[in-house]
Design a protein around this ligand. Structure first.
Ligand SMILES: C=C1C[C@]23C[C@@]1(O)CC[C@H]2[C@@]12CC[C@H](O)[C@@](C)(C(=O)O1)[C@H]2[C@@H]3C(=O)O
Ligand SMILES: O=C(O)CCC(=O)C(=O)O
Ligand SMILES: [Fe+2]
Length: 335
């Protein structure tokens, strides 16, 4: 694998990074009786894996992709009517509220259909009814995959009841969202060096379920700090462990750092379902995994507290730092 060198500043805001070689990632067949064991192993080792035999119809995935491509092909002035995102709506180049930028345009939607915002309505005003239908149907299906994976996680870890995690996503107040990203093609800046589409970060939620077209670009960070390219596969889902799951497993699962580089020949279109808990949900290490509070690496917080602090952070910040417990001093009687 090519060792990555330092980022190079470009126009003061976009970075360029040399490419790195693709490596195979763990693949889990959801119909395999061993799936839950393989999922736990992948979450411990990588915080990332690919899922096949997930049960979502391919035509549903391609329909949503086509509709998203249709939206991104609209005149800029029309798309801008649905932006800037707050945080839902249409965004271009700017990611989040704190100055992050990327070679990207996107739509961010709340997964709860009752929580529409003016920006979200503007997206659906610009697009045919079939777009809204494709979004709704896709979200229903991808939510099932999310819950199935979470139930395999709890079973694999011996957590009871098995819906301990999935019920947070199934809850009608679950704070899940759907993001559709479009990374236009980008010329090579210098030899083998391309633009950053989405800078390195971890996802805040429980798990993220990603589907993309067959254009490369996604990279994940390994435990030793090296970056590896994930070969795209338009018929599979890629699962990321998010910060909330890292906390609930007391750090046994790692929230995977990842990023997207723009491709030089083809545009990339991805859609990611972020499975999140309700705002009032308390997040802490699960007592059945870590019964003694003294052993908890994190303080308890609500998802609402975590979200507010995440939205004050920059993309690449280590957001869990604020919620880590100070290591206990060993007991000394005469101090
Ligand atoms: C820079 C930011 C964008 C983000 C909110 C944040 O302040 C930090 C976390 C970012 C992230 C990463 C994963 C998802 O794409 C996202 C929707 C999320 O929940 O956290 C984005 C946020 C965003 O784009 O609004
Ligand atoms: O577009 C992708 O492939 C990944 C994007 C991502 O990491 C995100 O939206 O949080
Ligand atoms: Fe992400």
């Amino acid at each position: 694998m090519v060792v990555l060198s330092q980022h190079v500043a470009l126009d003061n805001h976009l970075s360029v990074i040399p490419t790195c070689k693709p490596v195979p990632v763990p693949v889990v067949d959801l119909t395999d009786p061993e799936a839950k064991t393989l999922i736990v192993k992948a979450c411990e080792e990588f915080g990332f894996f690919k899922v096949v035999n997930h049960g979502v119809r391919p035509d549903l995935m391609t329909r949503l992709e086509q509709e998203a491509v249709g939206f991104f092909a609209l005149p800029q002035s029309l798309k801008n009517q649905a932006g800037p995102p707050e945080p839902y709506g249409y965004g271009s180049k700017r990611i989040g509220p704190n100055g992050d930028v990327g070679w990207i345009e996107y739509i961010l939607l709340n997964a709860n259909p009752q929580l529409t915002s003016p920006k979200t309505s503007a997206i659906f005003r610009q697009t045919p009814q079939i777009f809204r239908e494709a979004v709704e149907e896709y979200m229903k299906e991808v939510k099932k995959v999310t819950c199935k994976v979470l139930e395999m996680v709890t079973e694999g870890l011996g957590i009871e009841p098995r819906d301990t995690l999935s019920k947070m996503v199934r809850d009608e107040k679950s704070d899940s969202c759907l993001r559709m990203n479009h990374y236009p093609t980008a010329e090579e800046e210098v030899e083998k060096v391309v633009k950053v589409g989405f800078g390195e970060h971890t996802d805040p939620q429980i798990i993220s379920v990603l589907r993309s077209n067959n254009t490369a670009g996604l990279q994940i960070c390994m435990k030793d700090g090296s970056w590896v390219a994930v070969p795209p596969d338009h018929s599979s889902f890629f699962i990321n462990v998010g910060d909330a799951l890292q906390v609930m497993t007391n750090g046994r699962f790692k929230s995977v750092k990842h990023r997207v580089l723009a491709d030089t020949r083809r545009s990339r279109v991805s859609m990611i379902y972020f499975g999140g808990p309700p705002l009032s949900q308390k997040i802490a290490p699960l007592p059945c995994l870590v019964p003694k509070q003294d052993d908890w690496l994190y303080k308890e917080f609500t998802w609402s507290q975590y979200k507010s602090s995440a939205y004050k952070s920059k993309l690449g910040d280590y957001r869990l730092g604020l919620f880590e417990k100070q290591p206990l001093l060993t007991h000394r009687s005469n101090v």
